[in-house]
Design a protein around this ligand. Sequence first.
Ligand SMILES: *Cc1c(COP(=O)(O)O)cnc(C)c1O
Length: 373
Amino acid sequence: MIISPELRKMVSYKPGKPISEAKREFGLEKVIKLASNENPLGVSPLALKAIEQALTEQNLYPDPTHYELISALSSAWKISRECISIGNGSDELIDLLTRIMCEPGESMVTSQAAFAAYSVSAQANRVKTVFVPQTPDFRFDLGAIANKVENDSQSKIKIVFIANPNNPTGTYNSRNEVESFLSRIGGREDVLIVFDEAYVEFVRASDYSPAQNYLQKYPNLAVLRTFSKVYGMAGLRVGALLASPELVEIYNRVRKPFNCNSLAQVAATAAIKDQQFIEASRILTWKGLDYFYAKLEELGLPFYHSQGNFVMFDTLRDARVVYDALLRKGIIMRPLVNYGFPTHLRLSVGLMEENQAAMTALEQVLQQIPLGK
Ligand SMILES: *Cc1c(COP(=O)(O)O)cnc(C)c1O
């Protein structure tokens, strides 16, 4: 078959190893997965109840307008209904925003070491990715990205993806950085700026400012939120788009009418109101991170403080070897070779006993693997 050369070259997104696969491969009975930033507390009890009640209505198509869910988000996030739409996870929003903004051959800009889904979606849409180097402390270099947009007319840049906080680094951009970035390229007609805020609920940094604050001022700004992280619904696939009414309207034309199934819709509508669950998830995450920081320091492994529910650390060794040895002990972490970090691993916060098991296994494994790449 003759297939587009871009698709022939395309490298698909590499998700964390599922528990069932690790069990099968290594004959393990117990496996702890701390590889995909999932919520270890499970699904909110209110969401579970809503799902149970909706089970008997699964002969009916879902609401294509997501009416109840959008009402709930509108009041929880204090933003008007016409500025909200829903995706099949943020994944779908990333993909369709890229398709909406770019003709094949035009460009998306992001940072090196940004969430990999952006460049995967670009490739699938025959859109080029322009990678701007990160800062030496592993953050998005917003100044350099604005320079790129302003000065590189050859690439035909139509969309910019900023993950704030970023995955896998856990780093963030401050209010000042975001505001001066937007003062430069906010308001342009030709470029959409997307802030992906999948981890916004976990941020502890006091100089962080969610991009939702700037939606009114800059019509070329879009914000992505997800139900996969703090809301514990990664399996249900719900993401939210916050943007200008104009962009929301276009997105609603392009997306499939039934992109969010009815169980996911009722679950998200309930989960957004479950303050107790959200608060418990945040507190568990922060305790887990502080525990990891203390242990990594004891082990002498460099790491960056994270505003997400995970931490990226330097094993000071070939991370694939460390990853494999951990797998054999029933601990799944995330290698970051394809992000350009051959000695680093990313570790998600789990329940406290899972965090402890991970650190015990890591300590044992490191003793058997020599330092160096
Ligand atoms: C986990 C994550 C998401 C969530 O993706 P979904 O498709 O909503 O599950 C989005 N962006 C980043 C940066 C993430 O790490």
